[in-house]
Design a protein around this ligand. Structure first.
Ligand code: BGC
Length: 784
């Protein structure tokens, strides 16, 4: 149980009632606003104090040399790192000659609210300067979900006790100095002041800066416009230099009088467009935002989110923390993907610079499942980004001596950014994860245009990769040797079950889609013989099983390894990778994160026929005591399979861990950005776990079971142009088709026809009782 929470527990917002300077960096991530294109960390408007200043544009990065102690063939030469671009958030305030800096004077009140329905961050504070002047400041900030270049702030100052001289400096600042940029000096050098000035401009209330990154050659333009509303004698002046453009607003206010500034900031970047074109682009975005006005931007934001929540909300009765957390998670998942538009969805979204701003398989296996059933358009865009990066993936495959496409383990621009090949290049499963996301999206939407124009190429190129990476042995069995599965405490292993099953699904899906689109397939050079080899490989994929233990193996030989000495490992020695050598982790039975357990969720119907519910339960009971959850991606997967196997209490504890990852800063690194996969995993734990939601082909199945604490769980799903409401109570589930044509679904073992005539209710059978599996010492999830 989390005590001492930083934020209050409320269903539709996250409220911080006092400013804790030690937690600034964490709250900057929690309060980050983004639309997937622009990301503003929740830095204080005045810029200082800060934990980590952050303004990100999806796709803007700088290159830096990757250091290797020993060189090797095929190692990526340069790394990509997201950069802090021009900061348009800044509104510095001077109160009677003293900077409004909350580290000094007396902070009488400070409250911030992230409003999940309005899509704004609100702030109110009252502060007395060291010299004794008291002012009230109110600010409302948004990053527009409807105008992707735009962020805006309404900032207001009011003296409380006496006549006060107030100066607001509204700025655009490039190349801010960032805390903690130590580490590899070559990397630090490349990333220090990454923006070279190209243009600065200030005229009246309009400001603009244009810069270009040195090595990656990307042009970044940021412009701002202001509407100032103050008493008669308010004056303004503006100026600019290479890295700063500033509007200075001066006024003298009587108590009760207010100085208001509406600042609108437009962002743009391009690797190809010229400087004048970029300047025009951001000016045009400002003009469009001015046309809407502040009230219009607010109203559009609200309407966008009303529409989203009507399609995507999850209601939880019986646990207010999880209720808040699942909405917080959905909000941030939406923010990460809503307007990413053919760019990656990074592991941290645009909330921080953790993981260098890279995207991983987190996107396809954690984020896109949620968006597929709530905001499907964003999924098509995310996968089109993968399609755009096919040239780099083909080149990488060729470099590795393979056919088709080898997508990168971690990247911003599509090229491999991992300098550690055992948990990078060898993690080939990312290719099947992308294919899986294609199949899921097409099945859930029926978007055949996408299947033909985007899905087909992704499936074909990844199938080619698997066919060339694996081989048939002399019995005809198909093996994929020397790969790393999701569990990064096993590496370069043979026949990782997750990888093999996902590859099998990938190969079959590619063959099927080629049959449906023969002309396009033949344009990609696929003939009947090639697709027949995919089917042969898929049918013959090896799935390692240990008959003595009666369990599937995570990879061939895994269950023979020595068990990790859990009893001899202290609580403070987790995460293990920071305290033990990889070589020892790799050769023992110890699991960083769900791997075989994840396979049972994602490929449940792809195991052999003997993999029934009892087998799944046996597998789960075997792998639980080995899984240490050193990755935030694990708890939600364990929640899903714990629920499936009737361990509802345990599932509940895991669901809570995924849900509170950032709100309670469980891994002590929320400061670097949010764990978007874990936030998405909260939805997964509730919808796939307690809702028991699975899809086979284009049929949805539900096998719900609630934990004791939940009185009710309700969620909405988008499926093939319909909106479905699922309401679960302890003993019954009710399914309602909210919009769209009739649909047949499954509830446990029975088939249900849903039409517009109203809800259909069915009883929930009792789950089978099984002994609760153990977890490694010190790694039991917190009991709620
Ligand atoms: C996990 C990976 C994950 C990455 C980014 C790592 O710790 O092991 O599975 O993709 O974090 O979230």
């Amino acid at each position: 149980m989390i005590t001492n929470r930083t934020y209050t527990v409320e269903p539709w917002c996250v409220r911080e009632t006092a400013l804790n300077l030690d937690l600034l960096a964490q709250s900057e991530s929690v309060f980050a606003l983004s639309n997937g294109h622009v990301g503003w960390r929740g830095n204080l408007d005045e810029g200082e104090p800060h934990g980590l200043p952050g303004t990100y544009l999806n796709g803007v990065y700088e290159l830096h040399p990757l250091p290797y102690a020993e060189a090797g063939y095929g190692y990526p030469e340069s790394g990509q790192t997201v950069i802090n671009v021009t900061n348009g958030k800044l509104l510095r305030l001077l109160v009677d000659d003293e900077p409004f800096d909350l580290r000094y004077g007396r902070l009488r009140k400070h409250e911030r609210i992230l409003d999940l329905r309005r899509g704004v961050l609100e702030r109110t504070c009252e502060w007395t300067s060291p010299a004794g002047t008291t002012v009230r400041v109110r600010a409302t900030r948004l990053v527009s979900l409807t105008q992707r270049a735009i962020a805006a702030v309404a900032y207001e100052v009011e003296p409380v006790t006496s006549r006060t001289r107030v100066v607001i400096q509204s700025e655009l600042v490039a190349n801010e100095s960032l805390p903690g940029s130590e580490g590899d000096p070559r990397r630090a050098k490349a990333l220090k002041s990454p923006l070279e000035p190209e243009e600065h401009h200030a005229l009246g209330p309009r400001l603009r800066l244009v810069h270009r990154t040195r090595a990656s050659g990307l042009r970044v333009a940021v412009a701002a416009d202001h509407v100032v509303d103050g008493p008669g004698q308010t004056s303004t002046s503006s100026e600019s230099s290479d890295d700063v453009a500033r509007l200075t607003i001066t006024s003298v206010l009587e108590p009760g009088q207010r100085l208001r500034v509406h600042k609108t900031v437009a962002h743009g970047w391009s690797g190809t467009r010229s400087r004048p074109a970029m300047s025009d682009q951001v000016e045009a975005a400002l003009a469009a935002a001015a046309h809407s006005g502040w009230d219009g931007l607010l109203a559009d934001q609200r309407a966008y989110l009303d529409d989203f929540w009507a399609r995507a909300d999850v209601e939880v009765h019986g646990d207010e923390e999880i209720q808040q957390a699942v909405r917080f998670g959905l909000f941030h998942v939406l923010q990460a993907g809503a307007r990413a538009e053919q760019r990656a969805i990074p592991a941290k979204g645009l909330t921080g610079s953790g993981y260098d701003g890279h995207a991983f398989w987190d996107t396809e296996m954690f984020v896109l499942p949620v968006l597929t059933y709530t905001e499907p358009g964003a999924v098509a865009e995310a996968l089109r980004w993968r399609q755009d990066t096919l040239p780099a993936a083909r080149e990488r495959a060729a470099q590795l001596g393979l056919r088709g496409a080898a997508f990168p383990w971690r990247t911003i621009d599509g090229s491999e950014g991992s300098a550690y090949w055992p948990a990078g290049t060898a993690a080939f499963h990312v290719n099947a994860d992308i294919a899986h996301a294609v199949v899921r999206y097409v099945a859930a939407t029926g978007d055949t245009d996408f299947e033909r124009d985007t899905g087909l190429e992704l499936l074909v190129e990844t199938a080619r990769l698997w066919r060339s990476l694996g081989h048939h042995d002399h019995h005809g069995v198909f093996h994929i040797d020397g790969v790393t599965g999701p569990d990064e405490y096993s590496a370069v292993a043979d026949d990782n079950t997750y990888t093999n099953l996902m590859a099998r699904a990938n190969l079959l899906a590619a063959a099927d889609v080629c049959e449906r689109h023969p002309d396009e397939a033949s344009r990609l050079g696929v003939d009947d013989e090639e697709s027949a080899t995919w089917r042969d490989a898929a049918e013959a994929v090896h799935i390692p099983y240990n008959p003595e233990a009666g369990v599937h193996e995570q990879h061939a030989g895994f269950t023979r390894y020595q068990r990790w000495d859990f009893a001899g490992t202290r609580a403070d020695q987790y995460p293990l990778m920071l305290h033990f050598p990889y070589f020892d982790l790799y050769r023992k039975q110890v699991i960083k994160q769900s791997d075989l357990v994840l396979a049972m969720y994602t490929c449940g119907n792809w195991f052999d026929a003997t993999c029934d519910e009892d087998q799944i339960a046996r597998n789960f009971a075997y792998y639980e005591p080995l899984t240490v959850r050193d990755s935030s991606l694990s708890a939600c997967c364990q929640a899903v399979v714990a629920a499936q196997t009737g361990h509802l209490r345990l599932a509940y504890d895991y669901a809570a861990e995924a849900a509170l990852m950032d709100l309670a800063d469980l891994e002590h690194n929320t400061r670097d950005g949010l764990h978007i996969a874990s936030l998405a995993g909260t939805w997964m734990a509730l919808v796939a776990g307690f809702g028991g939601t699975r899809r086979t082909g284009d049929t949805l199945r539900f096998a719900p079971h609630l934990p004791e604490k939940f009185g009710r769980l309700a969620f909405r799903l988008q499926f093939r142009g319909r909106c479905l409401l699922v309401e679960i109570a302890a003993d019954k589930a009710t399914y309602t088709l909210l919009t769209g044509s009739p649909l047949t679904i499954r509830h446990h073992d029975s088939e249900l026809d849903l039409n517009g005539d109203g809800p259909v209710t069915r009883a929930i059978p009792a789950p089978k009782r099984r002994p609760t599996p153990e977890q490694p010492l010190h790694r039991r999830p917190n009991a709620r």
